[in-house]
Design a protein around this ligand. Structure first.
Ligand SMILES: O=C(CO)COP(=O)(O)O
Ligand SMILES: [Zn+2]
Length: 213
């Protein structure tokens, strides 16, 4: 896929996420890896709902901004993840409602904030490690995400009291993973207080999702 078509796809998926309430105000950021080793990333401070290809920042393979407006202040953590996950083609960071609500709970288990009770969550994401709270833009987020991404073969990480970071092999895959994960968190809140039948270890293993280390 050319850089131009990736830019168009990025803008149309960002608009779609915004229009369906996955992002509000200026929250969230999205990036995609280009064939030359560089990246396209949403600008800092902009709404995902109103992005055009001219609004995207272009970063070269060395991590230097080379065109467009100032990139997202979270590009440092996008880059840390791209560096340790060469198979990842895109990253979506959202403050979507139910995942962010989950991220605000006290005493979340750091190895997995969402115990699986449906198969697509396991197949698309695996499980959900938690990164401690740091202010948005803090370099520690990238450092901790890189450590977690090496330790856990999963496609998403919850940022405590902040939101979620989701990876995919390409942009469409990353967005699908993010939607599935937000829906899983929504179901978890709907089911709060109910007796949930969690998937068994055997059921999880046969789904072929990322294996728990
Ligand atoms: O979600 C955000 C910070 O965590 C939004 O920041 P940017 O506008 O810099 O992308
Ligand atoms: Zn954020």
């Amino acid at each position: 896929m050319t850089a131009t078509s990736k830019a168009e796809q990025l803008c149309s998926l960002c608009r779609s996420l915004f229009e369906r309430g996955y992002s509000v105000g200026g929250a969230g950021n999205v990036s995609v890896r280009l064939d030359d080793g560089g990246f396209l990333v949403t600008p800092t401070g902009g709404s995902l709902g109103r992005i055009t290809p001219a609004d995207l920042a272009r970063i070269d393979a060395a991590g230097k901004p080379v065109a467009g407006p100032k990139p997202s202040k979270e590009f440092t953590f996008h880059q840390a993840l791209f560096d340790c996950r060469p198979e990842a083609g895109a990253i979506v960071h959202l403050h979507s409602t139910y995942l962010t609500a989950l991220s605000c709970l006290e005493d979340l288990p750091t190895d997995n904030a969402l115990r699986p009770f449906t198969p697509y969550y396991v197949m698309r994401v695996g499980y959900l490690p938690v990164i401690p709270y740091y202010r948005p833009g803090a370099p520690e987020i990238g450092r901790d995400l890189a450590r977690a991404a090496s330790a856990h073969p999963v496609n998403a990480f919850l940022l405590a009291s902040h939101g979620v970071v989701v990876l995919g092999r390409d942009l469409e895959d990353a967005v699908n993973n993010a939607e599935e994960l937000e829906e899983t968190a929504r179901l978890a809140f709907i089911l709060r207080g109910e007796k949930i039948r969690y998937l068994t270890e055997v059921e999880i293993a046969e789904l072929g999702g990322p294996a728990r280390r």
